[in-house]
Design a protein around this ligand. Sequence first.
Ligand code: HDE
Length: 712
Amino acid sequence: MSKQPNPADNSQMAGSDTLDRSNSNAKLEQLERFREDATGEALTANTGTRIADNQNSLRGGERGPTLMEDFIMREKITHFDHERIPERVVHARGAGAHGYFEVTDPISDLSCAAFLGEAGKRTPVFVRFSTVQGPRGSADTVRDVRGFAVKFYTEEGNFDLVGNNMPVFFIQDAIKFPDFVHAVKPEPHNEIPTGASAHDTFWDFVSLTPESAHMVLWTMSDRAIPIAYRSMQGFGVHSFRLVNGEGQSKLVKFHWRPKAGVCSLVWDEAQKLAGKDPDFHRRGLWEDIERGLYPEWELGLQVMDEEDALSFGFDLLDPTKLVPEELVPVRVVGRMVLNRNPDNFFAETEQAAFHIGHVVPGIDFSNDPLLQGRLFSYTDTQLLRLGGPNFNEIPINRPLCPFHNNQRDAPHRQQINRGRASYEPNSIDGNWPRETPPAPSGGGYSSYPEPLQGHKVRVRSASFGDHFSQATLFWRSMSETEQQHIVDAYSFELSKVERLYIRERQVKDILAHIDPLLALRVAENLGIDLDSTSTPKMDDKAEVSPALSQMNLLPGDILGRRVAILLTPGCKADEVGSLKKMLEAAGAVAKLLAPSAAALKDSDGQPMQPDGSFASEPSITVDAVFVPGGEYVLKTLQDDGVAKHYLLEAYKHLKPLALSGDAAQLAALLGLEEDDGMLCGDSFDPLYMRFETALKQHRIWAREMRAKSIPA
Ligand code: HDE
């Protein structure tokens, strides 16, 4: 294979945010020679023969049969017939983007990984976000865990951090994964439901599997309905191992912290989006990157001594446990910016093959039994999905650093290996390619020499035995609003379970052990009798972890927020202009919407072209709504059912709404009570200031009770 430029050379990497994008992309393209652009090129067969007619197949006579001889038509249709590959068995639905990782606090004290060792060093990354349950064509906004998989193309090889947006998992041992996945997937007899866990087999399994209690609580929380990929935290989940140049090792948990804060949809909104814009998350990611509003995360580490593996009151090897940040603070070591959309979904996002076993010197594994099983699964699944063992040669998967070995042949081999010896040791080719001594002197990978002892057994360590304490911690750390959403989610999901004994088991055997009040509230909604003597007593002094509540993780700015500006004939041109300017200056996206997609005349008599209509860009696709004043604003909107629904729905979903000038009369008309986010005003500047403050809060939670009476 030809030598590629070293990806660790920062000058080659996706440039700084301020660099001209096309310039930095051109540099990357030098690295990625496999990208193809057919502009200006002739249409050819795969063998290069130029095609004269791509409209008609070869026929025996104008009205006669098509001839077998038509190699052009046959090649084209054969290729088409084979276009699909098996979708991922889990995480089938996803979207990806390119970007870079930059070190802010080098950690050579902890790891000899070169890509983490120097401040300012940049490494290209490809990230794929996904849902777990649904197939490739399913909706983005369903209640589910999100995959958060990052491939770092480091100078020492690829490192894949294949994580989720929740810090724990449903099971403790890989051998249970097929059971769990079979239970959550659509039911086998009718393949229903798509993209949902609200069905009997899922709740049957989890109610019989207490180790899932903590993670199920996370999936019933707002974390399972993120507003955007850019607003999700990411977690490596397992304890991994870092090894430094002296061979010293520490256990580590990886964290991604979003600059955009952690924000979620509300459930009604998530459900409606699944129908009106099933691509909501992938569209948001794509559009933000095209607009230059690059999603960004900090990479943080929680570092623990191996001797402390059991000293926190749980086992660091147990993937159903998190390490509270109040116990071990997160050390931020770098940042990741996504700044380039893929050129081709299939070639990049669909063919990306992540593997928890893709590591570089300085990063190693722990004995977490879930992690250990994953080390087998990911290569195995790619063999089927990508059709053989050469998937590392597919452009999106190949390292940007050189790679050479004696592996040969197999389907779809891309490399043409020169030389006579494909074994080692050899004397015919000078014994090349050769081993490298271990890091740090040589840089060869050597596994941490962890001492092992014990009998060959199939047992679960007793230190994995407490399934409820951390679920309780999570529940108690939630704000009242978040707790209410969790109660609503359990009640919704369990009410879809047909078998009443499964509902009851989940409430009595699981929820009651997390918190009696949680159990009581869900039981009440389901009409289940909970004998208070059967619910365990809880310790009232149970601890809380403020870092777990997303109410404490708001961004403090409005970057990337989408604001609908509802235009009406005669709307005030100066207000619309100022609003657009101020929102864009703050990094928000202003969407001009009108009763139809046609241009209308503003207060100056000038045509104003909307970006879309009230119907084409429904309120569920935006974060807030502003109605500028204008001569006909009241008349136009009060007679327009779609517009009224727009405002009512935005109000119901607790979004900031501003009604300026004459538009303010709509509030009384629609029964929208003024509050911290339902704002009316005659004077634009103060109204805008209040609006922006409300937008920073993301939702007006205090409105939630009142909004329940809104039918939209
Ligand atoms: Fe995965 N997982 N997983 N998983 N996983 C896959 O690999 C598996 C687990 C995660 O965007 C598969 O290429 C087993 C935990 C993500 O392409 C498969 C177990 C976490 C993605 C697989 C787990 C994950 C996958 C399916 C239990 C969070 C999508 C397609 C031992 C830390 C990656 C594929 C992408 C994908 C197996 C548990 C994250 C079948 C056996 C825990 C983000 O190999």
